[in-house]
Design a protein around this ligand. Structure first.
Ligand code: ADP
Ligand code: MG
Length: 254
């Protein structure tokens, strides 16, 4: 039995993420319109949908990069509310962006060990040792002392994943992590994500990589105009999409 299925068959049944009736307004624009989602520990949820449908906005509310305007979000028992619990939530939830966002003036190892020393007050030597382990896990320990600009895009994104993991998050969010990469580098990043999923990590992944979704995702949710209009298995989605927008979308990307 894989760790993923172990995690999901946990008898508690307590979701690690609960979003209830989540709304987000940007001024007069209504970007999220009552989103409901519940994620079990160890689940991998792939989020797809047209550009502008609210995918990024939604996952950014899960680690408080955006504040929702209405509704309830609870992550690992911590309710995201007003200005409260921001540090706690940032420790629980790691995020990987399309554009890597590494610190250019720091080495790869410094990028990975900075937050644990600053935020968690881990001694530097210990943070660096753990950093090297994480770099090995994403397959780039030999690049530890280089600067981000000396690495390929795929390598930089793997550093960004290691950096997020250095805080020991319980949930990892990915927002189109391979969209900025040349085709030959996409697989090396998806392989790292797949390994993470197999290790039992709870993951929300916005991606158009359908092969990844079919192979790795437990659930696939389709966003349209600020809400989830399908929430199903990847196979069910491909073979039998219900919503007209989902059918159109599949027609474009497959
Ligand atoms: P997706 O990730 O699905 O492409 P987004 O969540 O980025 O969509 O955006 C959803 C909608 O919200 C878009 O119409 C976008 O223009 C709008 N939006 C996102 N962020 C902001 C912002 N900071 N200010 C104003 N509008 C925004
Ligand atoms: Mg987006």
């Amino acid at each position: 039995m894989s760790m993923t299925s172990l995690a999901k068959s946990s008898p508690s049944g307590v979701p690690i993420i609960v979003a209830e009736n989540v709304h987000k307004h940007f001024g007069s624009f209504h970007a999220l319109r009552g989103v409901n989602m519940s994620v079990q520990p160890g689940e991998v949820v792939v989020i797809i949908g047209p550009s502008g449908s609210g995918k990024s906005t939604f996952i950014r509310t899960i680690n408080r990069l955006e504040e929702h305007s209405q509704g309830t979000i609870i992550v690992d028992g911590i309710e995201l509310k007003d200005g409260q619990n921001l540090d706690a939530i940032r420790r629980e939830v790691g995020m990987v962006f399309q554009s890597f966002n590494l610190f250019p003036h720091l080495t790869v190892l410094e990028n990975v060990s900075l937050a644990p020393t600053r935020v968690r007050k881990v001694p530097k030597a210990q943070a660096q040792q753990r950093g090297m382990e994480l770099l090995a896990r994403v397959g780039i320990e030999e690049q530890a002392h280089k600067y981000p600009a000396q690495l390929s895009g795929g390598q930089q994104q793997r550093v960004a994943i290691a950096r997020a993991l250095a805080m020991d998050p319980k949930v990892m969010l990915f927002d189109e992590p391979t969209s900025a990469l040349d085709p030959e580098m996409i697989k090396e990043v998806l392989d790292v994500m797949k390994g993470l999923a197999e290790s039992g990590m709870t993951m929300l992944v916005v991606t158009h990589e359908m092969g990844f979704a079919r192979e790795v995702a437990d659930r696939l949710v389709f966003f349209d105009e600020g809400n989830i209009v399908e929430d199903t298995t990847p196979d069910e989605f491909y073979n039998n999409p219900q919503h007209e927008r989902a059918k159109q979308f599949l027609g474009k990307i497959l």
